[in-house]
Design a protein around this ligand. Structure first.
Ligand code: SF4
Length: 380
């Protein structure tokens, strides 16, 4: 048996400072570090041999010491409204989901932060997977690179929302580095208004996110402003009170032009009553937050039904009459996708083999597999 050879360290996912440290033993000058950063994240050039603005000897030295690998697309499902859900393969065989949602000439990429999730929300299929592992920084920003390449979107025409599989603030260090790379002028060059982090509501981590420079937009999956209803749907509500959460949200929004958003997925007979709307209006006012009402995407595995159109309109009207800025987000890709995490869940319970779809200089050839059915996240 041949001895196990440790893989070379992955350059993909390092921010500028980390790249400088990793390349220091090669005597790389700061402007060369910037060139490498630009090649990785701006140009999505994964083969060092193709970095022709660098000397041949340096390219060879980098290729000999590092691998450059990011997630690659292994499956895609298109809905009739133009939404496409992608399944991305990671080096260890795990898979995550990301969704491209076109609207008004722009694209929104919804990306994942973990494989599975530890937070157990009752209305979410990813919760059924349990927590598998955190994504590293390269696996997070690599989803954006993969979808950007796939959709051929213009540099200025897409936004990112962290609403895929996992709780982004539970994977804070990787998220923080990812935000740095996504915002870097020589990276993805996405301003803070184009980046939204959606969370189940972890007050301490929301405060930590506020210290990121610059902080992204914040969305909190509230679901209900009634503590009993929230606790019955979201176990995290037993650890953090609504008051504690409201203070963190209010502080996050202070001194910012973008008010935080409260996300409320409306479940028939659970959180869609006039009394729930009244509580939500009071809570949103106290947080100085906007409200986004979300249609639930039903799936047989979850014991919930979407609120009716009439109920959603009535609920929305009640909020607006109370002076709350509120919108309804219609469920996208409804004809093709089910609720959050369904494909991963089905594969986990049926033992379907994980596709390997990472992208790197060698992996690029033939890394795409037959499109398969998957689902859309409604997570975090
Ligand atoms: S909704 Fe978000 S935080 Fe809750 S279980 Fe699903 S992925 Fe996790």
């Amino acid at each position: 048996m041949s001895p196990m050879v440790a893989p070379l360290p992955n350059l993909y996912g390092l921010d500028r400072q980390e790249l400088a440290a990793a390349l220091a033993p090669l005597g790389v000058a700061p402007y060369r570090v910037r060139q490498v950063h630009r090649a990785l994240y701006r140009r999505d050039a994964l083969a060092p041999e193709g970095w022709t603005d660098l000397p041949t000897s340096l390219r060879a030295a980098i290729a000999g010491r590092f691998r450059v690998v990011r997630p690659g697309i292994v499956g895609r499902t298109a809905a009739s409204d133009g939404t496409v859900k992608y399944e991305l393969g990671l080096e260890d065989g795990a898979r995550v989901e990301a969704v491209a949602i076109p609207a008004d000439g722009r694209m929104t990429f919804c990306i994942s932060s973990q494989v599975g999730c530890a937070f157990g929300c009752a209305f979410c299929m990813t919760a059924r997977l349990g927590f598998r592992r955190h994504l590293d920084t390269g696996e997070i920003v690599g989803q954006v690179a993969a979808l950007r390449a796939e959709t051929n979107v213009d540099q200025g025409a897409y936004n990112i929302v962290f609403m895929g599989m996992g709780e982004p603030l539970h994977n804070f260090d990787a998220l923080e580095r990812a935000l740095r790379i996504l915002g870097d002028d020589l990276g993805f060059a996405l301003g803070p208004r184009r980046l939204t982090v959606s969370t189940v509501g972890l007050p301490d981590r929301i405060r930590a996110l506020a210290r990121v420079d610059p902080p992204p937009r914040l969305a909190v999956s509230l679901v209900s402003a009634d503590p009993d209803v929230r606790a019955s749907l979201m176990p995290v509500a037993r650890r953090h009170s609504l008051d504690e959460l409201a203070a963190a949200i209010r502080d996050y929004g202070a001194d910012r032009r973008d008010r935080p958003t409260l996300e409320v997925v409306l479940l028939a007979g659970v959180n869609d009553t006039p009394e729930q709307a009244e509580r939500l209006a009071r809570y949103a006012a106290a947080c100085r937050a906007k409200v986004n009402l979300i249609e639930f995407n039903p799936t047989p595995e979850l014991p919930f039904a979407p609120a009716s159109d009439d109920t959603i309109e009535r609920f929305l009207g009640q909020l607006v009459r109370r002076g709350i800025t509120a919108t309804v987000r219609r469920s996208r890709g409804r004809d093709a996708f089910a609720a959050c995490g369904q494909l991963a869940f089905l594969d986990a319970v049926t033992g379907a083999p994980g596709a390997r779809g990472f992208s790197g200089p060698r992996a690029r050839r033939g890394s795409r597999e037959t499109p398969r059915c998957s689902d859309t996240p409604t997570a975090s």
